[in-house]
Write a protein of this length. Structure first.
Length: 293
């Protein structure tokens, strides 16, 4: 038997000495060690005691996965096969981007004060594991959510996560290229965490992020290839009073430079910084009118 406190300290030291890269669900070696131990044991986020004794099987499994994390530099979520994001557990697997978007905590706050009314229909583009759309379905109990991803593996994983969370009845999943997978009619809320890593940054990604699929990360030379298509096509799919919420990471300055006339809203995300923009339907329709003229 090994005490939880002792094993946590041991794994933390391994991770600290290995100089791993974080940001795929945790931000430092201690949080990563905690996520590994709790992910294997199923203990709550804040165990009432660190004096718990773990059995030999759990201890061996934790050490094995910790060693793989150090040697292979794979995302921890892939090694565990799951990750906790905004209070919900999502199944994840190699080939699918690990849930971590700052849009999630914004959804937990109901997107206040920017969402003017409770949405009835929500679209999650580039949905990956389905985490954003499914969090929205949990936040807004009456909503119908459409999840779309161009990768059939991601679409299948989103279906599985919807079923596991008891949300299959209020969600539909399409494997398609952006809006090609949407049903007729408009949406009150469009969520998107698209590929937005520019070519230079893509070449210099640390191993943990380089493991993730280029399809989910690569946004072209300037990182905005997919974002351009979303901004151009979203007006045709957004209801009056609706809202587009899109993550662009470190590309906020490029977005502002590319569309200087669009009144982007850049909220401070819970993690700090401005990596997510909001545009209401009126602004998007005005943008479309200017292009058409």
């Amino acid at each position: 038997m090994t005490e939880l406190r002792t094993l946590l300290a041991e794994v933390h030291e391994w991770f600290r000495e290995a100089s791993l890269c974080y940001g795929q669900g945790t931000e430092n070696a201690w949080d990563e060690a905690t996520a590994l131990v709790l992910g294997v044991t199923g203990l709550p986020d804040a165990p009432s005691s660190l004096d718990i004794d773990l059995d030999e099987a759990a201890t061996a499994r934790i050490r094995q996965l910790a060693q793989r994390r150090v040697d292979e530099r794979q995302p921890l979520a892939w090694l565990l096969g799951k990750t906790q994001y905004c209070g919900a557990w999502f199944t994840v697997e190699p080939g699918i981007v690990v849930p971590r978007s700052p849009i999630g905590p914004m959804l937990q706050d109901g997107l206040r004060p920017w969402l003017v009314r409770p949405p009835r229909r929500i679209l999650d583009l580039c949905c990956g594991s389905g985490c954003l759309g499914l969090l929205a379905a949990k936040q807004f109990p009456a909503v119908k959510v459409t999840l779309v991803d161009a990768d059939p593996r991601a679409a299948n994983l989103a279906r599985r996560n919807a079923a596991a969370l008891g949300l299959a009845g209020r969600t539909e999943v399409a494997c398609a290229d952006l809006f090609e997978g949407t049903p007729p009619g408009g949406f009150d809320l469009i969520l998107c965490n698209p590929p937005y890593v520019d070519a230079a940054d893509l070449r210099s990604l640390p191993p943990e992020f380089a493991h993730e699929p280029a399809l989910g990360l690569a946004g072209g030379e300037d990182g905005l290839d997919v974002v351009r298509r979303i901004i151009d096509q979203a007006p045709a799919h957004l209801e009056e009073g609706g809202l587009l919420v899109c993550e662009v990471g470190m590309n906020a300055w490029r977005v502002n430079r590319t569309w200087p006339r669009l009144p982007f809203i850049w909220p401070d995300t819970p993690a700090g910084g401005t990596s997510v923009f909001l545009l209401d339907a009126e602004a998007l329709h005005s943008h479309t009118s200017v292009i058409a003229s």
